[in-house]
Design a protein around this ligand. Structure first.
Ligand code: NAP
Length: 249
């Protein structure tokens, strides 16, 4: 992925990692469209940062995705990068039948939302120069956090989906790069981690991730140093220990 001159749509751009990426990429000389459900935040962001555009989007709603696609096709025909970042993360007790809804919501937003966005927007990206789909998964795609079982499962599924997407696009010569970003715990409001000393400060995460991309523009995965031991747990034979560590955290 080139670092400047792109037209980028970022889902979940109203806060946390998505907003952070949006601001950094905007500063770096890209046209950025931030998308999310909270219209008041979109209005604030676009007022504070002239040049960034806002788009109301609920990735859990196929009609909202279809509307967003039509809007972007008309307003930003040069779109060449889709960042699938929108996500939710809630604790879930598998022994409480009432929490099935929590599981279903994770699948709808994190997994189905990303899949639907990919189907909707790939026709706009395929064949464009420097086209990219960037999927924000998690280090928990590689070793689950048992307190958030369906969250972790959606991220593992998104890792798998990203691998297949990359191969299909290469096979079709579509010229679309697929990049997976697998963050460790980062200080955002996700799971109330904003003041969690064990989570990575958002600015540090953004700097390290974008440095990795700058160093390796053809990267398949962007994994900061603090997430490597989880990403590589299976390969290094430390999976059981890492799972036990995450389970007790
Ligand atoms: N923070 C971490 O520790 C961490 C670690 C690994 C991976 N991640 C991943 O990073 C991504 C961003 O998370 P974050 O930490 O930045 O959390 P965040 O600050 O809570 O941001 C989540 C974003 O997702 C959007 N969103 C949620 N449901 C949506 C829906 N139905 N439709 C459209 N947008 C929706 C929210 O916008 P609206 O509410 O305005 O819709 C918000 O902008 C997520 O995929 C998360 O799983 C985070």
């Amino acid at each position: 992925m080139k670092m400047t001159g792109n037209t980028i749509l970022i889902t979940g751009g109203t806060s946390g990692i998505g907003l952070g990426l949006a601001l950094r990429l905007h500063e770096a000389g890209n046209k950025v469209v931030v998308a999310g459900r909270r219209k008041e935040l979109l209005d604030e962001i676009t007022a504070e940062h002239p040049g960034i555009d806002g788009l109301v989007l609920d990735v859990a709603d196929p009609d909202s995705i279809a509307r967003a696609r039509e809007t972007v096709a008309a307003s930003h025909p040069g779109l060449n990068v889709l960042v699938n970042n929108a996500g939710i993360m809630l604790r879930e007790n598998l022994l409480d039948p009432a929490e099935l809804k929590v599981a279903e919501d994770h699948v709808t937003v994190n997994l189905l939302g990303t899949i639907r966005m990919t189907y909707a927007f790939l026709p706009l990206l395929a064949g464009k120069d420097d086209a990219v789909v960037m999927n924000v998964t998690s280090a928990l795609a590689f070793v689950p956090y048992p307190s958030t079982p369906t969250y972790s499962a959606t991220k593992a599924a998104l890792h798998s989906f990203s691998e297949s997407l990359r191969i299909q696009l290469a096979g079709a010569d579509a010229g679309v790069q697929v990049i997976e970003v697998a963050p460790p715990g980062v200080r955002t409001t996700l799971l109330d981690q904003q003041d969690n000393d064990h989570a990575m400060p958002l600015d540090d995460f953004l700097t390290e991730t974008l440095d990795l991309l700058r160093e390796k523009p053809d990267a398949k995965e962007l994994v900061v140093e603090g997430a490597r031991f989880i990403r590589d747990a299976q390969a290094t034979g430390s999976y059981d220990n890492v799972l036990a560590m995450i389970a007790s955290s």
